[in-house]
Each structure stands twice: as C-alpha cells, then as structure tokens.
Design a protein around this ligand. Structure first.
Ligand SMILES: [Zn+2]
Length: 351
C-alpha cells in the first residue's frame, strides 16, 4: 500500500525519509487503507480465488483488530468439493476421496523450514520483484504463516482440572506422513490433519498465500458443529460496545490513591476516552464509505415471526395505517380473490 501513495517515484531509490513520509501519509488517511483493503480483496476474489477454487457460493465478513488490522472471515462453497454430508468416516473409500481432493488444496508441508524468513513483509514487496517460486513460498511461510507464539488472552487457555496451559488452536501439532481425519489432543472436533513436517505451520494453499501475501488460515469444513462454533464465537460476533460513562468513571476511581483529589478521577477518565477506542479508524472509514460489513452470494431478509409482533402497513392512498401481525396477515391473505396466493410462502409474501 505504501508504494501506491502519492509522491512515490519508482525511478528514484527509496530512502528512510521518503518511506517515512508515505507511511505517515497513509496512517493519517485511514480512509485510503480501508478502501484499498476491500478493493484488493474484491479483485483478488473475483480474478483469482473464484476461478481457481471454482467457487459457487461465498460468505465473508470484514473485521478489524484494535490497531486497525483488516482481515476477513469467510466460507466458500466449491463446485467440485466432495459433499461433507455424504462423507462417511467409517468407509475407507469415502475418506480416501475426501483426502485426495483436499490434499490438492490444503497443505501443512513446509518446502524449506530452515530458510530465513522473508526480509521484508511479503505484502510490501514490489510487484516486479515477485518470483512465485517454492523458495519465495518457504520464506513467506517462515515470515507469516507459523504459530510461533501462544499469547494469554488470545490462544493460550488453561485446563480447568489441571491448570495446565494449552493453545486453543492445538499448536504445536504432531507431524505426520499421511493426511487423515482425526481428533488431536485438546481439540473439540475431528478435523482434517494433512501431512505435516512442521509442528507450527498454519495450513495454507500456495496460490492463495502467494497471491494475497499475508497470513491466511485455509481449511475445509468437515462438520456442522465446528462451523456453528466458528460462526458464533468468531466470525459473526458483535463488536463489544462502548463502556458507559459511569463504568469508565468507576474504573478511573479504582486506580486512585486515597489522597488524590476528585479532579484526578475525571482527568483519568477523559484520558481513557482518548486512548481506548472501541472501533478503529479504518473500520469507521469502511462504514463511512458505505461498504458492506458482510458479503454473500445469497441475499437474506429478516422477517419478524413472533405471533404478537405487529407490523405497520401504510396505505398511502387512504392515508391509513394498519397494524397487524405478520402471521395473521399471511393466514388471512385473500386467496379467494387471488388464487395464486395459495402457494405463496410467508417469505415471498413479506419480502
Ligand atoms: Zn497458540
């Protein structure tokens, strides 16, 4: 992104000052970063991912970590993927077909574990220097695709009974020579464990990562429970709301000494308002641009179906307002006058 900022002349060699200027320009204009991220993803998806993986349906959501790091949580439905519903884990042939398909797309095999990590972040590398070689892939994996550190509050959890800590993503993972469907220790579900020669490598797809040039966790869904857990816990969770004025003041007071004047509490409270933002500037800009937070190949409509939920219908000709429950209106649809309404669903009628 820095290289696309104004005042960058590729003919003139980069120096520390010119780089810093463009970095500051970008930091001061989060709207550019927000727009660029979604545009880059849209183009990458349309031109590469959709074709390469023969995607027939998709769902994704934009998300931002507190310092503004944009990322995407998504699901893709691939045209050729073996059906998960038809997967029979007790049938060797069914499992074989499944593994054979996914081995083409998902890997935990490091081409060169001992090479040095990419010297500059792969996304900052200039386009005309990209090589797309196995060596470049190995350096990139070492730079951004290994789970080298478990952090408390992120992935490090504690077992209730023994108090021992473990990584909620299951790292380090056992190396293996063959891919299999299995449930590893500390994991809740059976999952695809592809052949692996590096305990810390996140699963990757070479095309995806060489094209996108940032960390991507890519793997097949093999059970509904795991999807529900993923969607409910991470992918579609709401952002935590702002603390109330009272809570923030209370928190500021709890850090005071007995001898501090009351005004100090207000000072602390005001400085926490300034320092702890709930929503990053990039997310704010994404919303200001009018960009969607969620994108899907399907359109959804919300219909209130609570029996006592009355909805308003305005008749502009007679200037009247009619309040009736959605169910009631559906049940009383004028089938005698319009026989074609007999087979219309509630969704079609209300949509
Ligand atoms: Zn971890």
């Amino acid at each position: 992104m820095h290289q696309h900022m104004p005042n960058n002349d590729p003919e003139i060699p980069e120096n520390a000052t010119s780089y810093r200027t463009r970095m500051n320009d970008l930091n001061n204009n989060p709207a550019i970063a927000a727009y660029y991220f979604q545009k880059r993803w849209q183009i990458f998806f349309e031109e590469v991912i959709k074709l390469k993986f023969k995607i027939k349906d998709y769902w994704w959501r934009y998300e931002w970590q507190h310092r503004g790091s944009s990322h995407i949580h998504g699901f893709f439905w691939m045209e050729d993927a073996p059906s998960v519903d038809a997967l029979n884990r007790d049938d060797a042939e069914s499992v074989e077909v499944f593994l054979h398909f996914w081995d083409q797309y998902v890997s935990t095999w490091h081409p060169d574990k001992d090479c040095s990590p990419a010297a500059i972040h792969p996304s900052a590398q200039l386009f005309n220097t990209l090589q797309d070689t196995k060596q470049e892939l190995a350096e990139m994996l070492n730079r951004l695709q290994r789970h080298t550190k478990c952090a408390p509050g992120y992935c490090e959890h504690r077992k209730k009974d023994t108090g021992a800590t473990f990584c909620r993503f299951g790292y380090p993972k056992a190396c293996r020579d063959f891919s299999e469907l299995s449930k590893d220790a500390n994991r809740d579900f059976v999952e695809l464990n592809t052949r692996r020669n590096d305990e810390l490598l996140n699963s990757y797809n070479a095309t995806f990562i060489l094209g996108w040039r940032a960390n991507i966790d890519f793997r097949p869904v093999i059970n509904k429970e795991a999807v529900i857990a993923y969607v409910a816990k991470y992918a579609s969770k709401g952002e935590s709301s702002s603390s109330s004025y009272q809570d923030t003041l209370q928190k500021a007071i709890s850090h005071l000494r007995n001898s501090d004047a009351a005004g100090v509490a207000y000072q602390k409270m005001l400085s926490s308002f300034a320092a702890e933002c709930d929503i990053s500037s990039q997310e704010t800009c994404h919303i200001f641009h009018g960009l969607p937070l969620v994108k899907s190949s399907h359109l959804y409509r919300n219909i209130y179906v609570a029996p006592d939920e009355a909805s308003e219908n305005v008749n502009f000709v007679a200037s009247e307002k009619e309040e009736r429950g959605v169910f009631e209106r559906y049940k009383n649809r004028p089938i005698e006058l319009m026989p074609e309404l007999a087979n219309v669903s509630l969704l079609e009628l209300e949509g």
